[in-house]
Design a protein around this ligand. Structure first.
Ligand code: FAD
Ligand code: NA
Length: 381
């Protein structure tokens, strides 16, 4: 049995930050096991060999953050090209900006609004007023955009995305969708928005390129756990899998499928990187064309991915309902009692994390754990 200061389960962003910090800041020996055949977790990207376009295996990934600390941290591992993500929606056969802004409603309803005050007034007339806090996704959407935009965009899209009526979904589902009272066509409003010049996978290669870090792919932690001797373990997999022996129910996730379509000798398929198709008659939610992104190699071809929401597949989006919240809390109680293991990342926290959330969470856990360890050493001395 080889002794490892630190074992990390999962070579995604959360595991990578933990490994990098322990290796470079504390000179600790880190072992990473990753059950997939590649590093990078859901950020993994690679060159599509036929199209010669860099694509993301698990869906489009746009980096955006308001956290100085995270922005500074990621500079070490890549050059970044500023990129402000814009999404177009096909609504009533017309391309309009998503999230909804002044241009969106002017186009859809033949208005001529010119400023925020007019947009606020228009929205106020549309909005449904409740005498209670909106308690589900439908009420939140209606209270924010009113019935017309709700029926055109939010309702059919949310239904396809979750395969559930918005009434049955928690208020946080539509709370995430911003509505703009100006002409801002950006999808995110964070001050830092950029893409890594050579892609995300290159960042992970850089982070793991350290004599203190050993990475093993195609290794499931639960197959090797009994042979490992770890000072401390950082677990970034699903929390319910860790406690599978308890025989409890599983946490539910929503997944996605990506249907690849290759177009030989075609410059572009669609006018933007991401086009949403909210209307009910499309059985897909959106189409992603990576060729629109900066720093792509030259190619005469293009490739698109038609996205559909699904109940089976990789665990992507936690399904926010009371059952899952209560069940997660039970798992979390167990996690808190687990000695020498820290649960980190989106799967262990059963929470949708953006990349910057994942990085910040891992950096803060590293600080917390190492400060605590230092305190314990001082007390002993
Ligand atoms: P993961 O990336 O899931 O990594 C966990 C790793 O642990 C996986 O590689 C898994 O295989 C491994 N693992 C699990 N169990 C075991 C085991 N038993 N043994 C060994 N290994 C194991 N964020 C943004 O900021 N912008 C975006 O545009 C964006 N788009 C997204 C689109 C989609 C479709 C999805 C799903 C996510 C998106 N995200 C985006 C979020 C981003 O992917 C996450 O923030 C990030 O991947 C979290 O990293 P993680 O390490 O916590 O989890
Ligand atoms: Na995304």
């Amino acid at each position: 049995q080889q002794q490892h200061d630190i074992c990390v389960v999962g070579a995604g962003l959360s595991g990578a930050v933990i490994a990098e910090r322990y290796a470079t800041q504390l000179n600790q020996k880190v072992l990473i096991v990753e059950k997939r055949g590649h590093i990078g977790g859901n950020c993994y990207d690679f060159l599509d060999p036929q199209a010669n376009v860099r694509i993301s295996k698990y869906g489009a990934h746009l980096f955006h953050t308001k956290h100085e600390r995270v922005w500074e941290y990621v500079q070490q591992f890549s050059e970044w090209t500023p990129y402000e993500h814009k999404v177009i929606g096909l609504v009533n056969n017309t391309h309009v900006p998503i999230p909804v802004n002044i241009d969106t409603v002017n186009t859809l309803f033949g208005l001529q609004l010119t400023n925020s005050q007019q947009m606020d007034q228009w929205l106020a007339k549309e909005q449904v007023k409740y005498d209670h806090e909106p308690s589900n996704a439908e009420e939140v959407a209606l209270s924010r955009v009113g019935p017309r935009l709700y029926d055109l965009i939010f309702k059919p899209y949310t239904k396809k995305q979750w395969d559930r009526d918005p009434k049955e979904l928690g208020p946080e589902v539509t709370a995430r969708i911003p509505v703009r009272n100006d002409f801002d066509g950006r999808y995110f409003s964070d001050p830092y928005q950029a893409l890594p010049k050579r892609g995300y996978t290159a960042i992970f290669e850089r982070m793991f390129h350290h004599p203190n870090i050993q990475v093993y792919t195609n290794v499931d932690y639960f197959d090797v756990r009994s042979q490992l001797d770890c000072g401390r373990t950082y677990y970034t997999g699903p929390i319910d899998t860790y406690f599978a022996d308890l025989g409890w129910e599983k946490l539910q996730y929503r997944s996605l499928t990506f249907e690849r379509q290759f177009y030989k000798n075609k410059d572009f398929f669609q006018p933007a990187f991401v086009v949403n198709h909210p209307y009910e008659s499309a059985d897909f939610t959106r189409i992603v064309e990576y060729k629109h992104l900066p720093d792509q190699p030259k190619s005469p071809h293009t490739v698109i991915f038609v996205e559909r929401s699904s109940d089976v597949g990789e665990p992507y989006y936690p399904i926010p309902n009371q059952r899952n919240k209560d069940l997660f809390r039970k798992y979390q109680d167990m996690a808190n009692k687990e000695p020498k293991v820290t649960f980190v990342g989106r799967l262990a926290n059963y929470k949708y994390f953006n990349m910057d959330d994942a990085i910040l969470n891992a950096l803060e856990l590293f600080d917390q754990d190492t400060q605590q360890q230092q305190k314990q050493r001082q007390e002993k001395a």
